[in-house]
Design a protein around this ligand. Structure first.
Ligand code: NAP
Ligand code: ZN
Ligand code: ZN
Length: 347
């Protein structure tokens, strides 16, 4: 067993605080790595506050993890000591079902094993995430990280990056498409970068007027303030796709109204309450509403390689782990530009 230092929430109402725990010995197929940076996802906040139900405490959040390998098991073939490595939202799956065989482990018919707030398949021990100094993971769920990119900016690619890359690829978004991205936070800013890189016309749909210049610098061609009814009207029946990254309840009928005939609202945000959509929002223009969850391991590697080739990283604000609770409060106010990343040397 390895002794590990981390930050944990002890209950749904207590702030994160230092907490030591243990991780398993490195098995034949495992790699162990020192965590250098870990991104702060809004899903961390939903889960430590038990907003989705079923949270397991104590909880060490964090699923945007990058670091350097310090140990490899005897049967490991993909990695060696000294390699950079990444772990995203999953650390295991059944590996036998049709989804797993297709490389879509996130949709494992038997449930994937989350990086934290989940249970290991064999021992049923809780899994603990990346707000910690080291991690032990089966190499099948570890990603190769290029040495070309700044490492802190790479960490958020492991969740915010793949969660927006995957649906854009699934729906074959590219030249000739009009794409709206709603919510300019961690996921939203990556959606803008990828949709623009794939050749689409991108419009940022935001509640924050002071994010307009940033949205354009990130690659958006247009900016619509969704609190302004006239501005929303100007893009009525307009978009082929809207990537909805909003973390809180919002007006889905307003979002639908901006979609053209056959338009698709792709929900990646997971507010704690169900969405309410009028049948008329959908039927009048054969619109649909869809969802998408992270991405499989092969596609995550493809996305990381694409980012290395095209020089794409997240725009990050590096924080000291002691500031994690204050950072959550800023995230709740939409005040993130555009991903907090914990420098694990501060642990
Ligand atoms: P984030 O950085 O906090 O960004 C969310 C953005 O949504 C905010 O910056 C804000 O943008 C907008 N927003 C917030 N509250 C709003 C409200 N009440 N009405 C309208 N807009 C609002 O969060 P994130 O880390 O990107 O995560 C976003 C959501 O995706 C979360 O629910 C998270 O759990 C989920 N998620 C899903 C997956 C998946 O696999 N599908 C993966 C990761 C995360 P503006 O200021 O521009 O309005
Ligand atoms: Zn996440
Ligand atoms: Zn499976």
């Amino acid at each position: 067993m390895s002794e590990v230092k981390g930050y944990a929430a002890q209950t749904a109402t207590t702030p994160l605080a230092p907490w030591n725990f243990q991780r398993r010995e490195v098995g034949p197929h495992d790699v162990q790595f020192d965590i250098l940076y870990c991104g702060v996802c809004h899903s961390d906040l939903h889960q430590i506050r038990d907003e989705w139900g079923g949270s397991i405490f104590p909880m060490v959040p964090g699923h945007e993890i990058v670091g350097m390998i310090t140990k490899v098991g005897s049967a490991v073939t993909k990695f060696k000591v000294g390699d950079l490595a990444g772990v995203g939202c999953m650390v295991d799956s059944c590996r036998e079902c049709e989804s797993c065989k297709r490389g879509e482990e996130q949709y494992c018919e038997n449930g994937n094993t989350g990086t934290y707030n989940s249970r290991e398949r064999d021992t049923q021990n809780p899994t603990y995430g990346g707000y910690s100094n080291l991690i032990v993971t089966d190499e099948a769920f570890v990603l190769h990280i290029s040495e070309k990119l700044p490492l802190a900016g790479v960490a958020p690619l492991l969740c915010a990056g793949i969660t927006t890359y995957s649906p854009l690829r699934h729906w074959k978004v590219g030249k000739g498409h009009k794409v709206g991205v709603i919510g300019l936070g961690g996921l939203g800013h990556m959606a803008v970068k990828f949709a623009a890189a794939f050749g689409a016309e991108v419009t940022m749909l935001s509640t924050s007027p002071n994010k307009e210049a940033d949205a354009k610098a990130l690659g958006a061609h247009k900016f619509v303030l969704t609190k302004d009814k006239e501005q929303v009207k100007s893009v009525r029946n307009y978009f082929d796709f809207i990537i909805d990254t909003v973390s809180a309840p919002h007006d889905y009928n307003m979002v639908q109204s901006m979609l053209a005939t056959n338009g698709v609202q792709i929900c990646v945000g997971v507010p704690p309450t169900p969405m309410e959509i009028m049948g008329f929002s959908l039927i009048g223009k054969r619109r649909s509403v869809a969802g998408s969850m992270i991405g499989g391991i092969p596609e995550t590697q493809e996305m990381l390689d694409y980012c290395a080739e095209h020089n794409i990283v997240s725009d990050v604000e590096i924080i000291d782990i002691k500031d994690i609770n204050a950072s959550y409060e800023r995230m709740l106010k939409g005040d993130v530009r555009y991903r907090f990343v914990i420098d694990m040397a501060t642990l």
